[in-house]
Ligand binder design. Structure first.
Ligand code: GLC
Length: 485
């Protein structure tokens, strides 16, 4: 498959002649705060490379760089039935994957919406909810019962340390989750216990980050795939390093894990620049952080992942309306004042509105916020959404560029998934353009050497393949973790 990255952004129609000068001045000011030029991107990438290295060092750094204990590439010959679950930001997905052994697979899946209260509720409620969903699913796909214990790959998309593959010690919740009693603990036994409680025969074989799953699933079908990326509620990337180049593993691996063995690394680079040295943070980013349950963490993620885009837009609109009295004059702002009322679908819909008078934006603000807007206000809203969306794309590819630079990849398919990548209008074009700005490839080349491509299903197929690879290693008597883990 050839992936040609689009070369130019679409031009929007419409002028700002009807926007009052004071409001226009604010827009210009926002533009200068949110636009990140090529020089700055390159500066960020260089700093990023150093931070990736620090994360692999014995001393450690801000970016966790977690070895994922996936130590071989898929062959495509893996076979068997595997369950996979993905505890993402908003849904729980349960998948039955049948690996066919010929680079082929079949999947049957079901999505369960995670009730909002679970994100900040009691630990036990979460695990029982997941176990019950699993039981419902298994009962449905195996109506006559399943004779054997089903191996399960658990995609847990939070920073979790792993001394072995069937372990995940949650370092800290991200993406707005905050459940007491889980941080610092291994989530695998918690899930396994709940599974036993609801009475279904499942063995949690491997815990996988969504980026690692994405990487492995994509390598299964695309030999050029070198990075697994998520641009969604959170942002993160995974790649394969080599054991001898990971100083923090020195002397800690069992003998059968050789220095030249590949090792999947879940970077957890959402925490890039927690020291706040390089990213061009605005006062809105500062406020996002101050109002978040985990202050000071995930600095990079808070500037560009889907979870925060609508909230950044909301802060800006509130400032223009409430403090500066430049928009929504005389309107009831009660709804606009509600935190996170504008999820990512908001800026997404705003950017997508095809009508010149932005009538869909008008309808959105009317129905969801109870605010009547004028045409100039809507143009300004759209412009701000573009600024926030474009900054998100430009910053988020810095992670890609940094990994490629670190590993010396001159060409790569960077397999991406996540709601922002898949659904946010213009993201793909903007991201490709930003990589071009970083690497300065010039217009004469026919195809960008480093391209972002749509990933295979990481948390389903990827998790299943990793579970299969793990079972095989164990059967062959090989290690799947640190010495004595
Ligand atoms: C957050 C999580 C990380 C995950 C990413 C994308 O950054 O900490 O584990 O990969 O979101 O879902």
């Amino acid at each position: 498959m050839v992936h040609l990255a689009p070369k130019a952004l679409q031009h929007r129609k419409g002028t700002f002649t009807d926007v009052p000068p004071e409001l226009l001045k604010e827009v210009k000011n926002l533009e200068s705060q949110f636009y990140v030029n090529g020089d700055k991107l390159r500066e960020i990438v260089d700093h990023f490379v150093g931070e990736l290295d620090k994360g692999l060092s014995k001393e450690g750094g801000n970016i966790p760089m977690i070895p994922g204990w996936v130590m071989e590439y898929p062959t495509g010959k893996e076979t068997g039935d595997y369950l996979a679950i993905d505890l993402g930001g908003t849904n729980l997905r349960v998948v039955l994957v049948r690996l066919g052994g010929n680079r082929d697979f079949d999947t049957t899946q079901c999505k369960f919406q995670l009730p909002d209260h679970l994100r900040t509720g009691k630990s036990e409620d979460l695990w029982v909810f997941i176990a019950e969903c699993l039981k419902n699913f298994v009962d449905e796909v195996f109506p006559d019962g399943c004779k054997e214990t089903l191996p399960l790959g658990f995609t847990f998309s939070y920073p979790a340390s792993q001394e072995k593959i069937n372990q995940g010690i949650l370092q800290r919740w991200t993406k707005g989750w905050s459940i007491d009693g889980v941080e610092g603990k291994d989530v695998v036994p918690m899930l396994q216990e709940a599974i036993e409680k609801v009475g279904v025969s499942i063995d949690v074989v491997a815990l996988i980050n969504d980026t690692t799953g994405t990487l492995v699933a994509s390598m299964y079908t695309d030999p050029e795939a070198k990075l697994g990326l998520i641009f969604g509620t959170g942002v993160n990337g995974a790649y394969f390093d080599v054991v001898k180049d990971i100083p923090k593993l020195e002397g800690k691996c069992p003998q059968d894990i050789l220095p030249d063995s590949p090792m999947a690394i879940n970077c957890e680079y959402g925490s890039f620049d927690n020291e706040k040295l390089i990213l061009p943070r605005t006062k809105y980013d500062v406020r996002i952080d101050e109002e978040s349950p985990r202050r000071g963490q995930q600095t990079f993620e808070k500037m560009n992942s889907g979870y925060y885009l609508g909230e950044i837009l909301r802060f800006i609109l509130l400032e223009l309306a409430e403090e500066k009295h430049l928009i929504f004059k005389g309107q009831d702002l009660t709804n606009l004042k509600k935190p996170f009322i504008m999820d990512t679908s908001f800026p997404s819909k705003i950017e997508e509105d095809p009508f010149e008078n932005l009538s869909e934006v008008a309808e959105l603000f009317e129905s969801k916020l109870g605010i009547t807007t004028t045409v100039p206000e809507r143009k300004v809203i759209r412009k701000i959404a573009e600024l926030v969306g474009e900054r998100s794309a430009r910053l988020s590819v810095c992670g890609i560029a940094a990994i490629c630079k670190k590993r010396g990849y001159k060409t790569a398919h960077c397999a991406a998934d996540g709601s922002v990548y898949n659904k946010y209008p213009g993201f793909k074009i903007r991201a490709a353009k930003s990589l071009r700005d970083i690497f300065q490839w010039g217009d004469d080349i026919k195809q960008d050497p480093i391209v972002i491509v749509p990933a295979e299903d990481g948390s389903g197929v990827g998790a299943a393949i990793i579970a299969a690879l793990t079972e095989k290693r164990l059967k062959d008597g090989k290690s799947v973790g640190l010495k004595n883990a």
